[in-house]
Each structure stands twice: as structure tokens, then as C-alpha cells.
Design a protein. Structure first.
Length: 192
């Protein structure tokens, strides 16, 4: 039986809540939907969607002596290349660390570090698919038409390239198969 399963929100433990909340509200444009105390310390709920109470949660409690961040990255989809460029410029103005602009073929991305060194990505989708992992550094100083032409030329030269609509149809089939194979589906059939 098909069912819906989507990622709703992510929460980060941080050492110092206020600088992180300031960054995500002032630089990334999140609004605080709620803020309060819990037994382990402060928690702040952030959103950019008036229909979602929170998309991002910042909570105190990250140990000072933590030598490794188990979060690979947190990624945010934006609505346009114009927005992506605007965020890139704001990040540079803020002196944010490790700003990288690249394409994965299926996305055009800006990577950077937040105030507690978490790796963050803001991106837009492209109309193409190439097998992952894949990346090509790109220059955001290029005009839009040149940037898109460079990316398209690069991705079309890769084995496995296809339009994203074609890839999506294949993924629909794979997800249907995974759904049919999941334990719960097998259990339901056994009781039917």
C-alpha cells in the first residue's frame, strides 16, 4: 500500500543558542515560531513557511568537547537562481566561512559553515540528473545564461545523464518497489 513519507524538520544541538538563532533569522530569513526552556536548556523553533510550525529547531546541549559533528550537512531549497545569488552575496558580506559554489548536476549549490561550524547548503534544482556523487566548481560571477550553459554542457557529457523527469519516473518505480518490500506491507498481506 503506497504511503507518504517526507522530511518535516531537523533539529540541531548547539553550544550557544543566540548566535545561531541570530544567524538563521538575520541571514537566512527564518522567523521564530516559538522559543522556550526545556529541562536540558533552551529550544527555538524556526520556520519560513506559515503552514509549518517549525522546519528547523535549535536546541542547547551540544557538548563543548565534541570533537566530531555527526551532521554531514543541512540543505535548504530556494526558489530561484536570483535568491541563491542573493544569499551568496549576503553570506560573503557577513564574512561566513568556507563559502563554496558548485553544481552536482542535479542542483546548483552554495555551501558554507554556520556559526557553530555546521555545513549548510542552499540550492536550486536543475532540470538534469547525473549519477552522484558529482560536483563541479562554478563561478557565480558568470551571467545566468553562461552559468546555465556551462552546467548543461558539463552534465550532458557525463555517462548516466538524463532529464530529471526521466529520472523521476524511474524513482517512482523504485519507491513503489521499496514500499511493496517493506516489512509492514508484508505483514499486512499475511493478515489479509
Amino acid at each position: 500500500m503506497p504511503y507518504s513519507l517526507t522530511v518535516s524538520h531537523v533539529g540541531l544541538y548547539v553550544k550557544n543558542v543566540q548566535p545561531v538563532v541570530d544567524f538563521y533569522t538575520r541571514v537566512m530569513g527564518f522567523a521564530i515560531s516559538d522559543r522556550g526552556m526545556r529541562p536540558a536548556g533552551e529550544i527555538v523553533f524556526l520556520t519560513r513557511d506559515p503552514h509549518d510550525h517549525h522546519q528547523f529547531v535549535i536546541a542547547s546541549g551540544r557538548p563543548d568537547d565534541l570533537n566530531f559533528n555527526v551532521i554531514n550537512q543541512v540543505s535548504f531549497r530556494v526558489d530561484s537562481l536570483e535568491t541563491l545569488r542573493e544569499l551568496h552575496d549576503v553570506l560573503q558580506e557577513e564574512g561566513v566561512k568556507e563559502i563554496t559554489t558548485l553544481t552536482h548536476g542535479n542542483a546548483l549549490s552554495v555551501y558554507f559553515r554556520d556559526p557553530e561550524n555546521n555545513r549548510i547548503e542552499v540550492f536550486i534544482d536543475t532540470p538534469w540528473y547525473v549519477p552522484q556523487p558529482h560536483h563541479l566548481m562554478v563561478d557565480f560571477k558568470l551571467p545566468d545564461s553562461e552559468l546555465w550553459a556551462l552546467i548543461e554542457k558539463h552534465v550532458r557529457a557525463n555517462p548516466g545523464f538524463k532529464p530529471v523527469a526521466e529520472w523521476s519516473k524511474d524513482m517512482e518505480r523504485r519507491i513503489a518497489q521499496a514500499t511493496a518490500n517493506r516489512k509492514g506491507a508484508k505483514r499486512q498481506k499475511a493478515h489479509a
